[in-house]
Design a protein around this ligand. Sequence first.
Ligand code: LAC
Length: 230
Amino acid sequence: MPIKGLIFDAYGTLYDVHSVQSKTEQLRPAKSDLITQIWRLKQLEYTWLQNALQGYRDFGFITEASLVFALRAAGVEPSQDIIKSLLDKYLDLDPFPGRGGCRLAILSNGSTAMLSALVKNSSLDAFLDATISVDDARKFKPHPECYALVEKKLGLKTDEVLFVSSNSFDVTGAKHFGFKVAWIRRGGLAAPASPIGPAQMYRLLRANAETLGYSEDYTVAALTDLITLL
Ligand code: LAC
């Protein structure tokens, strides 16, 4: 089947979640890397925990709860000012460069409110046919009901979709669901120098391929390389 739709993950794929570091640097320079990395690790962990609990609280709640965890873990008092300033940055993350008759859409763990702010603030809304939030499934990726939203919302069959993500757990989930998958491999690490810091730890855990046997169909280095697949 020809590919009729390109469906993108948002956080980490179209938007750089680590761009919050510009704010953590301003607020707590000595703890900036630690807060930034723990925040994202814990945010995803909380989505999986919520799925396992079979309860749903949207990504805005998860993002704030994981931020409070990260601040406390880094020894920083989670004041309302710090929390607000960092959550505001989450609605205006830096987009990665590069975009590209396929339909283009986002399928993200982000809540409807978070995603509409994000695509508007980055002007990506003009390029997208749809921005699909897992809010409608009340589960987080990699739950199959999340990926099933693509057919419900866009009428695209599973084999008409190329799903694009830099998050290796999302590659596993999308492949398990049946999509063709392109993995954007951003900075995986094989043999880091020792000792390593929080950013290297993050890359070791999240930027290397998962080993559960659901391998991607294509690996690219950047969004701009996707054009070679179409
Ligand atoms: C998303 C998370 C997985 O955008 O980054 O869905």
